[in-house]
Design a protein around this ligand. Structure first.
Ligand code: NAD
Ligand code: DAU
Length: 347
């Protein structure tokens, strides 16, 4: 198969390619990515020179460049990861989110429609559980949960999900949608909770916990997410949605405390000193209280379930950041430092 992956230089896309390109020499993979601040070409070192891998630097909002890539590579499967993905950035600068997540998805759907005969191809849209808004203390999101997004990020992803389903209903495009919970693991840009806290711990910087740290996220190790997407591409149904979650609900403050313990164990630092870095800062506006996913559909229909426990996945993640200082240095550009100053300077 000829498989076009968008956003493959970002966190989940790079993990997906690093897992699948070597495993499937019979498939050709093309990575289409604009290389925004969130991308790191170094993340693709394990596959960059493999014969079944190619890279195209293209912005999804540049429709003529996108068409040229489609004409050149004639993809049979599209896996759409590319997005602006960070909720806090969507609050300080929502325009890029509407542009990439909505207009970019629209362009991609149209590019598929141009080259695929009716019923041909697979368009896999990678989306988020944030489209469902917030849960209270109980309950879980399933595929029938009503959309109720809270942030500009989740609203733009919800809008993109609607486009994808409309292209299926109206034009018969063979789409599949997955809505996944919070991912963590290697190669995640250190603006997100877990890598930000690990790096701050290593540098003995304050650990900024929003509000009281009581918000709950359902954490999934990134490779488990990639395997779920691959299972849907292989055996999912067109027009169908699959929720993907880690069965691992954690309060933010508990995640941060676990990271203090792990970094202490892995580096020989004193745990009480690390715990002393925890600081409570003003909350994120519109902060959803709790996410939890009911993955029973993908488990029953496709036999997928998460393999990594949160305890072992978190330790692997800490070890990865400890062992990959060159990767960290390469993402810590001036732009990253400006973001840290802008987001945390006034909290
Ligand atoms: P990321 O921010 O790490 O990477 C996004 C990638 O998209 C980057 O490589 C970037 O260069 C690329 N990109 C951005 N705008 C582009 C454009 N206009 N044209 C082409 N490429 C562009 O994101 P991630 O965390 O890897 O998330 C990937 C996808 O998974 C997103 O669609 C996100 O909504 C979804 N998702 C993420 C999580 C999570 O916890 N990270 C959970 C569920 C769903
Ligand atoms: O649920 C899936 C979503 O998970 C994805 O769609 C998003 O792309 C991804 O960024 C993630 O969104 P979150 O907002 O949940 O992730 P983030 O890592 O930004 O925050 C996780 C929790 O930690 C959230 O409740 C906010 C809190 N937080 C975050 C940061 C960056 C803090 O308390 N302090 C921080 O400094």
């Amino acid at each position: 198969m000829r498989i076009l992956v968008t956003g493959g230089a970002g966190f989940i896309g790079a993990n997906f390619l690093n897992l699948l390109v070597p495993r499937h020499p019979e498939h050709q993979f093309v990575n289409l990515d604009a290389l925004t601040y969130a991308a790191n070409p170094r993340s693709l070192d394990p596959v960059a020179s493999l014969p079944n891998y190619a890279f195209e630097r293209v912005d999804l909002c540049d429709f003529s460049a996108l068409r040229a890539v489609f004409a050149r590579h004639q993809p049979e499967v599209v896996v759409h990861f590319a997005a602006e993905s960070h909720v806090d950035r969507s609050i300080t600068g929502p325009r890029a989110f509407v542009r990439t997540n909505f207009e970019g998805t629209f362009n991609l759907l149209e590019a598929c429609r141009e080259i695929w005969a009716p019923g041909q191809g697979i368009f896999h849209h990678v989306s988020t559980d944030e489209v469902f808004g917030s849960l209270g203390e109980t309950g879980r999101f399933d595929e029938e949960t009503r959309y109720d997004p809270s942030s500009p990020y989740s609203a733009s992803k919800a809008a993109s999900d609607h486009l994808v389903r409309a292209w299926h209903r109206t034009f018969g495009l063979p789409v599949r949608v997955s809505n996944c919970s919070n991912n963590y693991g290697p190669l995640q840009f250190p603006e997100k909770l877990i890598p930000l806290m690990i790096l701050n711990l290593l540098e003995r910087k304050p650990l900024p916990v929003y509000g009281q740290g009581l918000n709950v996220r359902d954490w999934l190790y990134v490779e488990d997410h990639c395997e779920a997407i691959w299972a849907i591409i292989g055996a999912g149904q067109n027009g169908r949605t699959y929720n993907i979650g880690g069965r691992s609900e954690q309060r933010n403050i508990d995640v941060v405390k676990q990271l203090c313990r792990l970094v202490a164990e892995e580096t020989g630092a004193a745990e009480p000193e690390l715990l002393g870095l925890i600081g409570y800062v003003p909350d994120r506006p519109g902060h959803d209280l709790r996410y939890a996913i009911d993955s029973s559909r993908i488990e029953a229909e496709l036999g997928w379930k998460p393999r990594e426990s949160f305890a072992s996945g978190l330790r692997k993640t800490v070890r990865w950041y400890l062992a990959n200082r060159a990767w960290i240095d390469s993402v810590r550009t001036g732009e990253y430092r400006r973001w840290i100053e802008q987001n945390y300077g006034s909290r």
